[in-house]
Design a protein. Sequence first.
Length: 266
Amino acid sequence: MKALSKKAFDSVTAMFHDVSGIRLGEHKLALVSGRLQRLAQEAGESDVDRYVDRLLNGSFSAQEMRRVIDRLTTNETYFFREPQHFEDLERRIAQAPANQEIVIWSAASSSGEEAYSIAMVLADKAGRRPWRVMGTDLSSTMVAAAQRALYPVERARMVPPPYLKKYCRKGTGKYEGHLLIAPELRNRVHFSEANLMQKLPDLPLFDVIFLRNVLIYFENDAKAQIVRRVLGQLKPDGVLYTGHAESISMLDVPVRALGTAMHGHA
């Protein structure tokens, strides 16, 4: 199958930007072409440009459009990424009132590693305090993967050994080389779909929100919209964690710095 043309690339990435707010530049041409070629084959279309034409003129069902959005959403993550935030989280858990529920949101949860990392810290450090974790993602495929909670062991390289032993189950047989998150954590972490560029679903107010390694894909106006929308779900004394490579200091958003990539309401 021939590669995606520049014209088709521009058309499909414009559509993707309209739906997700994410801008895929020309440096992503090879990635987009490869993923669309596989989708075209799965849909029984031998020409990737014709597949794009059919997609954009409505010849396919809405489910096919959802598959394209899922495939074009980049999801690369691992457990306990950027560990300074988890160290800060431990401190905040220790300072939380004894009987107050701790509610945390992984706002771009991808395949769930971040949310389950949060859950491990809570299970270990919260004591008798009630807690729950919510994870949301644009991609229905990623939400399903997070709910499955089965991961290649190499993604767990940053998991502290005591947590690995206590909260992860080693796969055997056909699951050799994988691990499964323990059911006592899976039962307290809930995943659903949400598009951060649109009106959010009905969510509670959170003590802590992780919004990490997602803003980098957006233009400044969209970044500001997302941060303001997410801040609306943060308790007055809560903390918002962003990715270490994602500065929001130049955005017109009502936040104050609490530390490196840590923010509170202004």
